[in-house]
Ligand binder design. Structure first.
Ligand code: PHE
Length: 385
């Protein structure tokens, strides 16, 4: 569990310091210990979406390290308390309750997956603890209440982007949609894609469902093949998408498969291999973009993790930076004050682009489209909102 080491070390150091000085930590003011500000993070560090949580955590940790190296916030270091929800339903609620009630964090960062953000958001809202999802795109996440924010775009936009790309660039007329009915993200993105695709004259040839965790998609793909579509939209997560691409090719389906940000993982190509060549997905960020903000972030991330950052890393980084900025601006760790400062953030310069929090606590940002080429993700185009 390499990934948890920094926060464990912090906690151990903190406890030893407390014992040595004889003071009883944590202090009675929640989250505001004498020398640290506690921030909670929940992420899928293990399980079926492990690469989401690991990337997001790396970006978040990088931001916290930078903030602390520059002196911290309000004269205190940020202490990041990270909990693994194991990619499992039910775990997010448990770990977020613990972060708030036992650890006394002042804010929560997480999650990547919309269903897990939706699980934790009501708990944060009830406790008046601001929550910032780095990358959950289902619109309902921030509708939970006025303490819930995100630093990414939402799926009505992402669905439209991929509908237009399918119509105009891929010139598709008749597509099949294969949805993970267990995932709020997948159900939402399927709906917004279909609306966009049919509004511009396209037809939905077939609709099939699966459940996250499934391994055999032959029945659905056989029905899809019988409907004779010219493309398949799969708004799923990488583990299932990789298997779907493989099994589609085995059934002789050579039409393009395309999807959204849930595809983004180094494991996608490990699972799907050559079956994914020439397929496309939309996401939030490409390390190939030449802007100074992106290149500066890529350099720092690669120096620390010896790997290129992906969208989750960039958005995790931005979620921690904007939280620190809001705490600085309001001069307080009070949840309601942090909420007000977050709501007022405008043009915050993030690694994933400039972030302005709108009236619904979402961020309107461009999407990027990537193609899978020679086993790597190749930048295709940026689509502005
Ligand atoms: N947007 C996805 C969701 O809401 C999560 C995700 C974000 C996946 C970014 C990959 C990259 O569930």
């Amino acid at each position: 569990m390499n990934i948890l080491r920094p926060s464990i070390i912090c906690t151990v150091a903190f406890t030893i310091a407390g014992l040595l000085t004889g003071c009883n930590k944590p202090s009675s003011v929640p989250g505001a210990g004498d020398d640290t500000i506690k921030v909670g993070e929940f992420a899928s560090l293990t399980g079926s979406e492990a690469t989401f949580g690991q990337s997001s955590h790396n970006g978040t940790q990088l931001a916290v390290d930078e903030i602390n190296a520059a002196g911290g916030v309000l004269g205190k270091k940020i202490q990041l308390l990270t909990e693994d929800d194991q990619s499992q339903a039910g775990q997010s609620a448990t770990v977020v309750r613990k972060l708030i009630s036992s650890d006394g964090v002042v804010a929560i960062l997480g999650e990547v997956a919309s269903s897990r953000s939706l699980e934790a958001a009501p708990i944060c809202q009830q406790n008046k603890i601001p929550m910032i999802s780095p990358s959950s795109t289902n619109p309902r996440v921030t509708e939970v209440g006025d303490f819930i924010f995100r630093v990414c775009f939402i799926d009505p936009f992402q669905g439209t982007v991929m509908a237009n790309f399918a119509r105009k660039t891929l010139k598709l007329q008749n597509v099949a949609v294969l949805t993970d009915v267990k995932s709020d993200y997948s159900v939402g993105l399927a709906k917004f894609f279909k609306e966009g695709f049919t509004t511009t004259g396209g037809k939905i040839a077939a609709e099939q469902n699966y459940s996250g965790g499934d391994k055999d998609f032959n029945a659905q793909l056989t029905s899809i093949k019988a409907a004779n579509p010219d493309g398949i939209f799969v708004p799923g997560y990488y583990t299932e998408v990789g298997l779907i691409a493989l099994q589609a090719k085995q059934l002789g389906l050579t039409i393009p498969i395309f999807g959204g940000d849930g595809w983004e993982s180094p494991s996608l190509v490990q699972i799907g291999g050559a079956a994914l060549e020439g397929d496309y997905f939309s996401t939030h960020f490409s390390p190939q973009a030449s802007t100074p903000a992106v290149q500066n972030f890529v350099k720092k991330y690669e120096a620390k993790f010896k790997d290129a950052p992906d969208a989750m890393a960039a958005l995790g980084y931005d979620s921690a930076l904007i939280l620190a900025d809001a705490i600085k601006k309001t001069g307080s760790t009070d949840g309601t004050k942090i909420r007000d400062a977050l709501a007022a953030e405008k043009d915050f310069p993030g690694a994933s682009g400039n972030i302005t929090i709108d009236a619904n606590r979402n961020a309107s940002k461009p999407a990027v489209i990537l193609e899978i080429k020679n086993g790597a993700f190749q930048y295709v185009q940026t689509v502005a909102p």
